[in-house]
Design a protein around this ligand. Sequence first.
Ligand code: ADE
Ligand code: ZN
Length: 344
Amino acid sequence: MLHSKLPSEHCSNPLSWLSQLPKVELHLHLEGSLEPQMLFDLAVRNHIKLPYENVSAVKKAFQFTKLQDFLDIYYQAAKVLVTEQDFYDLTWAYLLKCKEQNVYHVEPFFDPQTHTERGIAFSTVITGITSALEDAEKQLGISSELIMCFLRHLSEEEAFATLTLAEPYLDKIKAVGLDSSEKGHPPEKFSRVFAKARQLGLLTVAHAGEEGPAEYIWTAINDLKVARVDHGVNAIHDPKLIDYLKESQMPLTVCPLSNTKLKVFADMSEHTILDLLKLGVCVTVNSDDPSYFGGYMTENFEALATSLNMNQDQARKLVENSIEASFCNDHRKQQLFALLHRYV
Ligand code: ADE
Ligand code: ZN
């Protein structure tokens, strides 16, 4: 569906043009899109006891001072995901939200080790997720590429074992990524696993410079040979790295609401994404774990408009960066650019 209205014509809500704006999401953890209501529904379906009385008690627990506070709750909640249908429902609910918010292409992450560690088969996880992604392409017009993340707090050996489990499904996976507790787990811990993944034909991305130092961004680039850096906001502390990111146009998948919820920035007014954009770095906007951090794609863009006075040119450039940084083929990129330029 194409949008013919110009931003200025959406006047009842001054920010409604951000909902209409065609968007692309490159940094989204499917397990982080588990809404409290679905958490309860799946707990009932799978006879799992939750440490919360009700949905509002869950929402109250979503107060974080650092990444690890969030991860502890996120891994606990993911235990309600058991069957292929559960993984389908989780993914489908996210994709319906994308449809509502005019997100036309997505590259979600999934964390197989969070599930295989509990005895859930790799095939259950990936089949549920990819069935929903395939249905979304046909029924919702949303294209996708899937990224399999390794948990960096676990060992290199466990990451290798996960890559082996993934080998029969390589036609369904575009890239490998690296997530979970960053500090003390530098990218180079996984150099050999990422080298094997590249040999298998996979692209690579990694979380780096979210809570960890700029040095981790360098090693993600040099040792893991990433095509994009996830977060990367701590690059701002290293002028040589900023020069490199500008020259190379290495994309950063920035997650504004995540960064304020996890206290990477004390307040959205202090977020540096638009400073990086002005410097010519290829920054993009993403939601990370929307059910935990207070919003999906539109809410992330709205936060930048409200707290940083992001204008329409900046919003368009951020989406252009996402299209350019995506793993879709040139034909799909041209379609996405056409959708965007018809809108703004
Ligand atoms: N897993 C899910 N969300 C994450 C984040 N923001 N950082 C690291 N690992 C994650
Ligand atoms: Zn993330």
